[in-house]
Design a binder for this molecule. Structure first.
Ligand SMILES: [Mg+2]
Length: 127
């Protein structure tokens, strides 16, 4: 079976590293890492990942604007927003723009993996 490819988007290096560890440990492949929303749009169009894990607060272009641009490029994009506590006001806006899920940081690895499987339409086989 083809490995699930994931684009990691966060301005914090340690957060991208943590996400990389989580998804690679689960046998998924990192399609790329972006540290701002603009880079995320560019990498999305280049790599067409299965899933995007998208931070919201970032320099140059935030995650909401990046989400909107990605959805315009690919209406079937599977984007999961990952944001800090206190950013709940963005949940409805994200869903309206087409985000498939919304994860609040700090998160448990299981939360990331179950969300990825859910948006891929796969049954959760991990606990
Ligand atoms: Mg951030």
């Amino acid at each position: 079976m083809k490995k699930i490819t994931i684009l990691l988007v966060d301005d914090l290096n340690f957060m991208r590293t943590a996400l990389r560890d989580i998804v690679e440990t689960a046998g998924m492949t990192v399609a790329g890492e972006a540290s701002n929303g603009l880079q995320a749009v560019n990498l999305y169009t280049e790599t067409k990942p299965d899933v995007v894990l998208m931070d919201i607060t970032m320099p140059i272009m935030n995650g909401i604007e990046s989400l909107a641009k990605i959805m315009r490029f690919d209406p079937f994009a599977r984007v999961i927003m990952c944001s800090a506590i206190g950013q709940n006001k963005y949940i409805i806006q994200s869903i309206q723009l087409g985000a498939r899920d919304f994860i609040i940081k700090p998160f448990k690895p299981e939360r990331i993996l179950s969300s990825v499987l859910k948006v891929m339409g796969l049954n959760e086989e991990i606990r």
